[in-house]
Design a binder for this molecule. Structure first.
Ligand SMILES: Cc1cc2nc3c(=O)[nH]c(=O)nc-3n(C[C@H](O)[C@H](O)[C@H](O)COP(=O)(O)O)c2cc1C
Length: 208
């Protein structure tokens, strides 16, 4: 199977089979894919919430344009950006690099300086937007991994982030809901028959 076959197999599922659950082993793998996603400087300004509580999922659905996949997919993952990126966070990250790689913190002084410049040199708004961009990268890796593993998914921006933050108590945790992804298996979904719509290569790819 090629990656192109994987990309053609996947689509944003509208109707999930609510009886089919993603096995724990596969779910763990998807969560590990999220954890391993790349981010600018490797700062990982995110947290991924696996929502299993059906009452909470019902509440979230009310704040997601009533999209059935929020409650019917096997799992719902809320991808959050950190709202608490600051100097202390950079120091914590540098300590983690030093420990993981067995090198002194001092050897990372230049790298630390660059990261501090990037984090402290931005307005809060810009910093949050930057963090959210990193979260979207993790969404991309998740969607690709799902396709490779023939697990269905639907990314979602159609939700009220303020309501999600409130329901999930995210503000107190220094987080904000950024994008959501339902994972599971397609059900009797008419959308599965739709042809994939993409502009031609000539329009979206240019060699200069
Ligand atoms: C960031 C993002 C947000 C999306 N939000 C929703 C959504 O809220 N509800 C939905 O049904 N589809 C949503 N989609 C799915 C897109 O509509 C879909 O990916 C697009 O039409 C391309 O079709 P395909 O993924 O089936 O190939 C979203 C996709 C992305 C990447």
């Amino acid at each position: 199977m090629t990656v192109i076959e994987d990309m053609n197999w996947r689509y944003a599922v509208k109707v999930f089979d609510s009886a089919k659950k993603v096995p724990q082993k596969d779910l763990d793998e998807l969560l590990e894919v999220l954890r391993l996603s790349p981010s600018s400087f490797g700062l990982q300004p995110w947290k991924f919430l696996l929502i299993t509580d059906s009452k909470i999922r019902a509440e979230l659905r009310k704040n997601s344009w009533d999209q059935p996949k929020v409650t019917d997919a096997s799992q719902l993952i809320v991808l959050c950006a950190r709202t608490d990126m600051n100097e202390a966070y950079v120091h914590k990250f540098v300590k983690s690099i030093a420990e993981t790689r067995g090198i002194p913190v001092d050897a990372l002084k230049d790298y630390q300086g660059m990261m501090l410049g990037s984090v402290t040199g931005r307005s809060q708004e810009d910093l949050l937007n930057w963090s959210k961009k990193q979260v979207y990268i993790s969404l991309g890796t998740l969607l690709t991994a799902c396709a490779v593993k023939r697990i269905d998914a639907c990314p979602m921006e159609g939700f009220d982030a303020t309501a999600y933050d409130k329901i999930l108590g995210l503000a107190q945790k220094g987080l904000t809901a950024t994008v959501v992804c339902a994972v599971g298996y397609r059900g009797a979904d008419e959308a599965a028959k739709d042809k994939k719509v993409r502009f031609p290569k000539s329009e979206v790819i240019t060699e200069i």
